[in-house]
Structures are given as C-alpha cells and as structure tokens.
Design a protein around this ligand. Sequence first.
Ligand SMILES: Nc1ncnc2c1ncn2[C@@H]1O[C@H](COP(=O)(O)OP(=O)(O)OP(=O)(O)O)[C@@H](O)[C@H]1O
Length: 725
Amino acid sequence: MTSHKRIISRSRPTDASENEFKALSDLIPHPPSRPPLNAIQVPPRNPTDTPDETANNGGGGGGGSRPNTPKSVRGKAPSETGSAQSTPARLVSRVYSGGSAIRRPPPYFRGGTGSKAQREVGIANCGASVEVSHFELNEDPSFWRDHNVQVLIRIRPINSTESSLQELSRCLKQESSQTLMWTGHPETRFTFDHVVCETVSQEKLFEVAGLPMVENCMSGYNSCMFAYGQTGSGKTYTMMGEIQEINEISEGRGMTPRIFEYLFSRIREEEDSRKDEKLKYNCKCSFLEIYNEQITDLLEPSSTNLQLREDLKKGVYVENLMEHEVATVKDVLEILIRGTANRKIAATHMNSESSRSHSVFTCVIESQWEKDSMTHLRYGRLNLVDLAGSERQKSSGAEGERLKEAANINKSLSTLGLVIMTLVDVAHGKQRHIPYRDSRLTFLLQDSLGGNSKTTIIANVSPSICSANETLSTLKFAQRAKLIQNNAKVNEDASGNVIALQQQIQQLKVFVIPRDNDSTYGSDLDDSHSSFLNQKVCQREDDAQRIKDLLWTHEEKTKQLKMLTDGLVSGDSFLKEENDVLLQEIQLLQARINGNPELTQLSLENMRLNEELKMFQEFYQLGERETLLAEISELRQQLLDLYDGKYGIHKLSSRIATLDDIKADQTKDIAEQVKHNPCLQVDDTQKELDVCKKSLDACLEANVKLNRCIDIYQLGILWLPLDCD
Ligand SMILES: Nc1ncnc2c1ncn2[C@@H]1O[C@H](COP(=O)(O)OP(=O)(O)OP(=O)(O)O)[C@@H](O)[C@H]1O
C-alpha cells in the first residue's frame, strides 16, 4: 500500500509503535518502492542530518531537539495519528508502510452507516488514550439547490509528534456536526456546513461532499473542491488519500479516486437508462502543479512554465496543457499516480512529505443527447485542488530553497485570502477590484471563486494545541470563505440546435414531399426541395454564426466596461476599444443584412414607411392643411366681396396676384408631394386631397371669372375718361 505521497518515496518505519506490527507486515508483500522522482532534498539543519536520513525519516522532524517524525506519520500509522485504528484508511496504510497490524475498525466508523448519535470514542495516542466525541455527518441532498459554496472543516487525529510534544492537549472542542469551539483565548465558536471529526471515514466524507459534486457535474455545473490548511493538516490525505496499485482498492483512498469511481458508475447507469436519447458522456483530464508561481504539466513534466490565457468561450485555461481522454477508473488512477509522482514534495519540520506546490486535477465532463428533435450538449468542469500547506517559517523550520518555496506558497495563499475577502465585500454590495491576477492560483481558479461554479472548500485542521494558532487562522479563513457568493449555471451549448434544425428539416421532408409511383417526378421534387431546404439551412447556420459573433462582441463590451469600473483601463483606451467593438458590430450587422435578401427587402420597406410616416406627421403637425383651407375660404370671401364691389380694382388685382402665387406654390408642393410620395395614395389622405383639389379648381374657376370681370372693368375704365372727355 502506498500513501498518496509515498508513491514517490520509500517508507522506512522507525517508530516504536510501528515496530509492534512488524511481524505481521512482513507477511504482506510491499509494493515495489519508487525512486523519488521529484522529491526535493532538505538541506541538513545540523551536521548530523544527512539528506538521506531526512528523506527517509520524516525529514525536518529529525532536526534539532525535536523528536523524529517517522515516515509513517505521512502514512497515517495509527499509533501516530492518534485515531488511526478507527479509520479504515489507516488499516490499509499499515499494510504497506510495513509496520502495522490489520485491525477491523468498529462498524460505525465504516461508511457512516451507524446512528447519527454522538458517540464517545477512544483515540489512542502513543499508548495514552483520550475520549473524543464522534459526530456523524448530516447528509443534505438538497444543499446545492440553494447554495453554491460549501465549507467543511476536517479535523485530523493528533499525530505522534504533537502528542509527544504536548501530550494530548487540544485546541478544539467539537460541539455538534456543525459547530466547534476553539478553546484558546478568547474562546471562539465557529459554525460551518459540516465539521468532520477525526473519526469520520474517507468513505463517509465522500458521500457527503464528493457524491453530490459528481451529480452537479453530470448536470452541467462547473464544480470545484479544494483542500486548504496548514502544512501536515491532511489536505493530500483528504484529496488523494492512499492510492494503491491500480488494481487494488484501499479504504483509505481519498476524494479524487472515489469521485471517479462514482462518476463512471453513474455515467454507465445514465447511458443505459437513456439509450433512447442516445446519451453519451465524454471525460477529459489534465493534471498540473503550480510551483514557485510556475505552471507545470504533471503528466508531461518537461512541459513547464505554461501560460494562463483567458478566452470568452473557454474562460481561463492553461495553454498547451495536455488533456487525456478517460473512460474508466483505471485510466484516472494511472494519470493520478503518474502525475503525483512528478509533484514536488519535500520534508519539513511539520511534514515529512510536504507538498511544495498546489496541484489541480481537472476533468471536463461533456454529455450529448437527443430529445424532441433537438441535440443537447452539456459540459461541466471539475477542479480538484490540493493546495500547498500554509506554514509559519518558525515552526516549519524552512531554510534556503524551502524558505523560497514557503514564501511563494504563503504569497499565493495570502492572495487567495485577499480574493476571498474582496469577494465577501462584493457579496455585501461593495464595488471592489478582485485581485485574481495577483497569483497563478487565483487566476486559474477564478471561476471557482465567485464565478460560475459550485465550490466545496475543505479546511483541514489539527486539533493539537501545538497548532492552535494555525488552526485558528484556518478556521477564520473558512468562515470568510463561507460568505462568498458564486453564480453557478448549467453549461449548455445552443449550437446543438443547428444540428437539430437540420434533422427537423429532414423529418419534415418526408411528410411534405408527395410520394407517388412516379419515381422520376418524386426524385425531381425531392432534389429541388432538398436543395431549397439545404439553402435555407445554410442561411440559418450563417445567421446563427453571425448572432454568435455579435454575442461575442457584446460580451467583449461587458468585459471592457467591467475593467473600466474596476479601474483596470483608462477612459481613453476604453473608448478606443469600444469604438473598435462597435465597428466590428456594425460590420457584423451589415453582413447579416447582406446575407439575407428577405431581411434587406424588409429593411428597405421599413425605411420607406418611416419616410412616409415622417412626411404625414409634418403635414399635420405644421398645420399646412389648415393653412391651405383657410386660404381657400378667404379667397372665396374675397371673390364674394369683389362681386359686392367692396374692393378697388388695383387692390383687387394685387390680391389676386398674391393669391395666384400662393395657389401656384401650393399646387406645386402638392404636385411634388404626389410625385415623390406614393403614400398619398393612402385612402384618407387621398380623400382630403380630392377635397382640396376641388376647392382649388373652384378657386381657379372663380379666378378665371374674376379675371374676366377685371378685363370688363378695365375696359370700362378705359372708356370712362373718353366719355368724360
Ligand atoms: N484524517 C486523517 N486520518 C488519518 N491520518 C491522517 C488524516 N489526515 C492526515 N493524516 C496523516 O497526516 C499526515 C499529513 O497529512 P497530509 O500529507 O495529507 O498533509 P498536507 O496537509 O497535505 O501537508 P502539506 O501541506 O505539507 O503537503 C499524513 O501522514 C497523513 O496520512
């Protein structure tokens, strides 16, 4: 049996309590020990510390006056971790660590099938024993309906180093399956979604936290689980646990192998039950580490210093990171073991096999099925993150290279803390810039922190008084993280609809095209219909693509706006970007119009109608019609007056000339309007125009008569002086 980290290092039991079980362990074959591929040698802390000893004995534990931390601390030897015999994990661990006896745990520790009642459990600590309360975990299958962030505290058993230093003094007192008390000064009570006591098995923890995550991913939600905590607090144990050889199953296996066991069994189940919908799943995995702010592909270790990129469709991704298709648990285990062997570890005072990097195991789960003539596509991204441990330089005893690593680890963890603090502010409605880009870790996990993801945080703590301060700071971190608000949504791809449209057309063709005996006729019709329909499909596809591009420009715009409000870009460069995006948008819209003749026709018609509307509005609003009518009635009145002889001849003729001018202008206007505006054919207006025309005709007739009268009067006037003379 190999522990998660022991995969890459040799175990040499040195602890007296382990030796107790030597006889039995000798009977059990050990797996071939692997050479430490990437194990980093700890610089000797004093002349008696050789690197070799350090690696084999638990490293820093051997330094100074501290008692040696035997290798098996990492292997969860029961005698060291206090409650080992109560967790099935440790039983297996003993087998392979070469010094443990197989002891069956009490049945209520196995898989959480026991009653939920609190039990008093004896936890052994190097010969001494202490009563600690056992609390079952409360499963709540509906949790993820209302929450997107779940925070669990996992308390690991006290280990031998802690117990030898501080006996069994504890800084934590668990009060229920959700609350615990930090017993330092001042005493502080914390409440979380779950508090996982040291006797809870890996299996039970998986059932509560891992299983619902798999369901979420299968439904198309991005999900993320990360383990946080001080160095040696049990993060790797939680995430990886004890991974045996590929073909063997260990009770101590952690979240990651269990998640994939369950995932593949659910995939089989779903695919079988939805055969009629042709449901198919596809999974792709990648495994990376972030070490000293550099990203390395753990499955291709020569592929180092990989760059993070951001894409609107893909989100944040690692350029050139290899993705491996997986279809079975074996495939995943093979990747896990290979990748873990390449992970950077080293011995520190706190942990003989301390992970010096953050590791991210990612699986993209895609599903495709057909329903109601539609092809549905869904995908969920599952991130399983084992963070490097936070550590106080004093207690970790880090020096040289270890110190540089520790500084980088602490820097990225403090950025993580800052991001979480800012997200909490944002959740309280404050406008804040979130410093995702300040570390590779937060940039990569951007979606899992305050974004589109359902996220589980497992904060690992030691209950020992030796780690009281670190435990308190982890609890505070977890408390803040609980306040993050994520916005998880199902990832569904609408492009499936184009395929569905094509299928629909094919189906409709069967009904629409008449099938008679004349095969020639049938096939001709078939061909013409088919080419017509194909043309339509192409048109729709082009249109769909253009709409997608438009959507992209809109997303780009939103992103720019966000950067502007966050103060990441200046107003000038924002306007320039905005201008470019708008130009792109215009081009896209233009292309959309050009690519669709029906749309062009409609838009022309729309423009014409708008023009007409504008003209009518002006016609009524400016009161032209009323003015015209008023002029006509005035003219009439004047004619009548003229007949009554009220006007002098000169005045009359000048008035007539003015009226003629007005009439001519109005007639011209109307003629122009009629000429340029076919809209005047519209019934109502036509009627009004007819009335106007009639009035004008009457005016013109009256005018002719008036002119005649004027002529007669003028003749009369001409003759008058003659008479007088
Ligand atoms: N719940 C647990 N039950 C039994 N043993 C545990 C438990 N948690 C941790 N251990 C043991 O404690 C030791 C340290 O655990 P682990 O390596 O997982 O810590 P870590 O937080 O990953 O440390 P680092 O940050 O330094 O990598 C290991 O030997 C592991 O087997």
